[in-house]
Design a protein around this ligand. Structure first.
Ligand SMILES: *Cc1c(COP(=O)(O)O)cnc(C)c1O
Length: 848
């Protein structure tokens, strides 16, 4: 039996792979080894040939006997062949240049489907379409077969995906490091209007985009204790762990757009160190023998579906340390190689911490330098400090990650010691700068005792990072002024802003081929990698022919979205409606309830006879939102949206002029379908709480006008597009702070605003719940009694802004002008620009 057990090869005994290797490799001896195999030709015939070969030899079927899944997999592998040479070449080029790379550390990558993006990057779209037609197949149908890798929750994970796309397109050496969750973000469906979660087995039908490299596996330790020993007169510490797992890297291609570059995303999967305990197995205790394996492999089993509210569970900390330990060891030992002098580490890498999830990388690098490589502490700290930068993504206090020292010490005892020492040295620095100010020292301590001893990960990241950035101007300001104010006073030069961006490849070219074509016909093709060139569209806002063409684009997108919603959800989008879109995670601070109150109020106004249905502006409100499974209130709000939808969508008194559409399972693929169809973009968070938003950028760049608060990147969108092309409403951040300080009383708004009272009373009446007056009482009561996010305070202002929308939309030509100007003035929001900012301000790296 033992002969059959295959043990993973330890990293240091494994052969060097050629694939995607940034570091030095020994020169090839055989002439053919020097160049990778040639890329197939860019012709329909060549493409068909490779495709049929892939069907036969890859899938083991003939075309006539193949399933759609066979065809999709063969097609993906065909496109892969066109990328492979470039991937190998890019790796070789980076390795030979010895230049500085970006290690993007992110627990989430919300990638979206890969096939379309690979076809776009290689400019093979038309060839593939014709080739498939030649085989009697429909490219769109094969593309629809792909299950998107949902390895992220929302904005933060999607941002990471946009960033690696931009870096590849800009030819910047970058490895994206993350976790290969076996189950991504849950699949959402609705049963009686309530959210039901199902697992997302995205790998079940095969994943043609990944390349596992078990020979490059890394061992990761956990638990145990530390001990000190004498090393020739030097006191040293070592960690004696008591269990471990193996991390297996899976490489993904990140193709640059039309530039022949392909970067790497390296996602780690956990495996048990030993297949199973042979002694136990032989003794007949089979379940116990495989228990350890199951335990180890749980680490990368599933994405935590929380957004903004970390749960602080042990498995989550295991995930964080697991992927970070794998990534750092991978970079140091495999990319740089065993002979590399780590004194030079900051010249070769900067690790960007995407939020606090990977911050445990800081003590891990210290541990490697001090315990394993025997650096002096101070020297190790000097190096470590230069190798990290930190992006903060929130302002919600409950979203700031903290780990109990008890848990950290149990799982990672050496890391806790290192954090304590970092903290002690840091607090000495604080004392030196602010003598006698012990309150400040307590406030700034990485380890807090309030209420229980815990490690504040954002503080650790701030102390260790060369730079700390927020993700939009307002957010960066609030970070420096409030959340991390003491740190800003100590090190003002550390704090900076990089406003987020989105990739125009996915969110304009792929999502909106009609708009892309119009822009390219007008400006030529260069805008895709130089999005500020959209400014050249500005004069066309005055051109009636261009405006007509622009409206045709929007119309095509609406028809397409409508076809998708009909097929996917059985939802009909009525023609001629204003398409009003609110798509984002369901969270109270984002205020889906405010949007819903607008709809309920319009309904109530018709029911009460205040307005007639014919006075309603025809409008469909589309929601897309998942709620974290443990976030009870968010799930109640989903239930209410569906309940209101099912009543108003079928009430003949509205004459079909007001609709709610709530397709289930909002994800990147659905975002790509809906965004081009939007007339109005809802960005209505309470001011001071949305760090940036990126949905706002995607929608504006697709010609939707924003109705929004002065929050996150809305501030910059409004400044760029102009007040007259943006519907601003609501309290500003300082007004929110002032209202909170003066004692916010939501019930006052209910009592003094008849329209608001009527809307809330209509919900309480039971009309949306078959007469059950209690069904939505928790939502109403939370609004009336706490209203943490000041929905009631902003209601009136929101209603008035919606009247301005209604008026503006009635003038088709003027509305089109505004929409065109939104596109023309939002080129700033390309993630290429954001990457340029990081490169200049934080990373000090460049293209090679
Ligand atoms: C862009 C995007 C988000 C982020 O949306 P916000 O409105 O910025 O919160 C979330 N989910 C998906 C699928 C996205 O594409």
């Amino acid at each position: 039996m033992s002969a059959d057990v295959v043990l993973p090869v330890p990293a240091d005994e494994s052969p060097d792979t050629e694939i995607d290797h940034i570091g030095p490799s020994s020169p090839p001896t055989h002439a053919l080894a020097k160049a990778p195999v040639a890329t197939p030709q860019h012709s329909v015939d060549a493409f068909v040939k490779v495709f049929l070969q892939e069907l036969n030899t890859g899938q083991g079927v003939t075309l006539s006997r193949s399933t759609v899944n066979d065809q999709y997999l063969a097609l993906a592998r065909t496109v892969r062949q066109y990328l492979m040479t470039r991937w190998l070449e890019t790796s070789r080029h980076y390795a030979e240049s010895g230049s500085k790379a970006i290690g993007y550390l992110s627990a989430e990558y919300l990638l979206g489907r890969q096939l379309g993006n690979a076809l776009l990057a290689t400019d093979l779209g038309e060839v593939a379409e014709e080739a498939m037609r030649g085989c009697g197949l429909d490219l769109a149908r094969l593309r629809a077969q792909e299950v998107e890798p949902g390895l992220g929750n929302g904005g933060l994970g999607r941002l990471a995906a946009c960033f690696v796309d931009s870096l590849a397109t800009m030819g910047i050496p970058c490895i994206g490091y993350g976790i290969r969750y076996e189950y991504g973000i849950f699949k959402q469906s609705f049963v009686d209007g309530r959210q039901v979660e199902q697992p997302d087995p995205w790998l079940a039908l095969g994943n043609p985009w990944e390349f596992p490299h078990p020979e490059a596996s890394v061992q990761v330790n956990f638990g145990g204790h530390t001990e000190t020993y004498d090393d020739g007169g030097v006191q040293r510490t070592r960690w004696v762990p008591d269990w471990n797992v193996v991390g297996v890297p899976y490489n993904y291609m990140v193709p640059g757009y039309h530039n022949g570059k392909v970067n790497t995303l390296r996602l780690w999967s956990a495996k048990a160190t030993n297949a199973f305990d042979l002694a136990l197995f032989n003794s007949g205790d089979y379940p116990e023998a495989v228990r350890a394996q199951t335990f180890a492999e749980n680490i990368t089993k599933v994405l935590y579906p929380e957004d903004s509210t970390p749960q602080g569970r042990e498995l989550r900390l295991q995930q964080q340390y697991f992927f970070v330990a794998c990534s750092i060891r991978d970079f140091i030992e495999r990319v740089l190689g065993p002979d590399f002098d780590l004194h030079q580490l900051p010249e070769r890498i900067i690790f960007q911490l995407n939020d606090t999830h990977p911050v445990i990388a800081v003590p891990e690098l210290m541990r490697i330098l001090v315990d394993e490589r025997h650096f002096e502490w101070d020297e190790a700290w000097q190096i470590t400090k230069q190798c990290f930068a930190y992006t903060c993504h929130t302002l919600l206090p409950e979203a700031l990650e903290v780990w109990p020292t008890e848990l950290l010490g149990r799982l990672l005892p050496r890391h806790l010691e290192i954090i304590r020492r970092i903290n002690a040295d840091f607090l000495d620095e604080v004392r030196a700068s602010f003598p006698g100010d012990e309150q400040r020292v307590r406030n700034m301590s990485i380890i807090s005792d309030d209420p229980n001893s815990s490690v504040r990960m954002a503080f650790l990241a701030t102390v260790a990072g060369t730079k700390v950035n927020g993700v939009a101007e307002l957010h960066s300001q609030l970070l420096a002024d409030k959340v991390l104010h003491d740190f800003d006073e100590l090190w003002p030069e550390k704090f900076t802003n990089v406003t987020n961006g989105i990739t125009p490849r996915r969110f304009i070219c792929l999502a909106n081929p009609w708009l892309s074509e119009l822009i390219s016909d007008t400006l030529g093709v260069g805008w895709v990698t130089d999005l500020e060139r959209l400014a050249e569209l500005e004069p066309y806002a005055q051109d009636p022919d261009f405006r007509r063409a622009f409206r045709e684009v929007k119309q095509k997108a609406k028809v397409h979205a409508s076809d998708i919603l009909r097929a996917r959800d059985g939802i009909e989008l009525p023609p001629g409606h204003l398409v009003d879109i609110m798509i984002k995670r369901l969270h109270e601070y984002k205020r889906q309830t405010l949007k819903l109150l607008h709809v309920v109020s319009l309904y109530e106004q018709v029911l009460s006879g205040e307005i007639t249905a014919s006075q309603l502006q025809p409008r469909t409100v589309i929601f897309g939102a998942k709620a974290a499974p443990g976030y009870w209130m968010a799930k109640e709000i989903i239930h209410l949206i569906n309940a209101v939808g099912s009543v108003i969508n079928t009430d003949p008194r509205l004459e079909g002029r007001l609709k709610i559409a709530f397709p289930a399972n909002y994800n990147v693929t659905l975002a790509e379908r809906l965004i081009p169809a939007a007339d109005l973009s809802e960005q209505i968070s309470l001011a001071g709480l949305e760090a940036s938003g990126t949905g706002n950028m995607k929608l504006a760049l697709n010609g939707a006008l924003t109705i929004g608060t002065d929050d996150g990147a809305n501030v910059e969108i409004r400044r760029l597009v102009g007040d007259e092309n943006f519907f601003l409403f609501g309290l500003s951040e300082p007004e929110v702070a002032a209202l909170r300080d003066s004692g916010y009383r939501p019930r006052q708004y209910y009592e003094s605003n008849p329209q608001l009272r009527a809307a809330l009373d209509l919900i309480s009446s039971g009309i949306f719940s078959n007469g059950n007056r209690e069904a939505f009482a928790p939502i109403v009561s939370s609004l009336l009694n706490e209203d943490r996010f000041m929905v009631l305070a902003d209601f009136q202002s929101y209603m008035e802004a919606q009247l301005r929308v209604r008026e503006a939309f009635a003038d088709e030509e003027e509305w089109t002008k505004k929409a065109i100007l939104n596109v023309a003035r939002c080129g700033f929001f390309s993630s290429d620009r954001a990457m340029g900012d990081y490169l200049r301000e934080i990373w000090h790296a460049s293209a090679i």
